[in-house]
Design a binder for this molecule. Structure first.
Ligand code: PEP
Ligand code: MN
Length: 257
């Protein structure tokens, strides 16, 4: 079991839902989202301050001011928060403001970054690379574990496949397989996993049924206006519905929630 702030993650812990916007856009946007997901029962907050984007012309994140906003709102609500560090030079700063340091899919094989994250005094959320095999995920897990204190949470977030209608294809079997291979919490991200708001619920429930120890979901107060990933973000009302469905599925598979 791994503690993130005061939330336990793992197979002996209740299912954890990590939720928040793709990017922190402003104090108001972050607070509104965080209050909505907290009221709906999210266990931890997420948000991006340093954003890995497909285009150099897209919104790149607020950087340090985004980290400050997340910390401030997380403290207001008494919740832990997770965010990504994109470069070795960001790790210490990110660790100072967050409760778990995320390594994004594009960086899963960036050994210097994995090593820096391992050495910081925070658990690491390691996202599966977009073309990484399960064996490669395990190598990345071991890289972090070899240098750190062992606190790694693994995240299935979909792979790039031959299917063009989805941003990625979620590997539900990897959720079960990763849980067999390592005694670590395994989380599923149905937002990046599908790239489509209308598919998030179905895939999230499949992940819970497959034994995921947690979910990571993007939520925005007004998805069409989001500066990043609005097309895969849930509006607060949809997130509330998702939580109800997730609780039903968790009960069906005897998972406390
Ligand atoms: C994210 O979770 O903010 C993110 C960018 O995800 P990924 O690294 O899986 O694309
Ligand atoms: Mn995103």
């Amino acid at each position: 079991m791994i503690w993130v702030s005061d939330v336990p993650l793992g197979r002996d812990a209740p299912l954890a839902v990590i939720a928040g916007p793709c990017s922190v856009e402003s104090l108001e946007q972050y607070r509104e989202t965080a209050v909505a997901v907290a009221n709906a029962g999210a266990s931890l907050l997420r948000g991006g301050a340093f954003k890995p984007r497909s285009s150099p012309y897209s919104f790149q994140g607020l950087g340090l001011s985004g980290l400050k906003i997340m910390r401030r709102v997380a403290d207001e609500l008494g919740l832990g928060v997770v965010t990504e560090a994109m470069g070795v030079e960001d790790v210490e700063l990110v660790a100072e403001f967050t409760d778990m340091v995320q390594i994004g899919a594009r960086n899963m094989e960036n050994a210097p970054l994995l090593e820096a994250a391992a050495r910081c005094d925070r658990p690491v959320l390691l996202k599966r690379g977009i073309t990484a095999t399960i064996e490669e995920v395990m190598v990345a897990v071991e890289t972090v574990q070899a240098l750190g204190d062992g606190r790694v949470v693994v995240c299935e977030r979909g792979s790039r496949t031959f299917e063009p209608s989805l941003r990625n294809s979620v590997d539900i079997s990897a959720v079960a397989e990763l849980r067999l291979r390592c005694n670590l919490p395994v989380v599923l991200d149905p937002s990046h996993g599908t790239g489509r708001t209308d598919l998030v619920r179905a895939v999230a429930l499949a992940g819970v049924a497959a034994g995921a120890d947690g979910l990571m979901v993007e939520v925005h107060p007004n998805p069409p206006m989001a500066l990043s990933d609005g097309f895969q973000s849930l509006a607060p009302a949809d997130f509330r519905d998702l939580m109800t469905s997730v609780q039903g599925m968790a009960a069906a598979v005897d998972r406390p929630c």
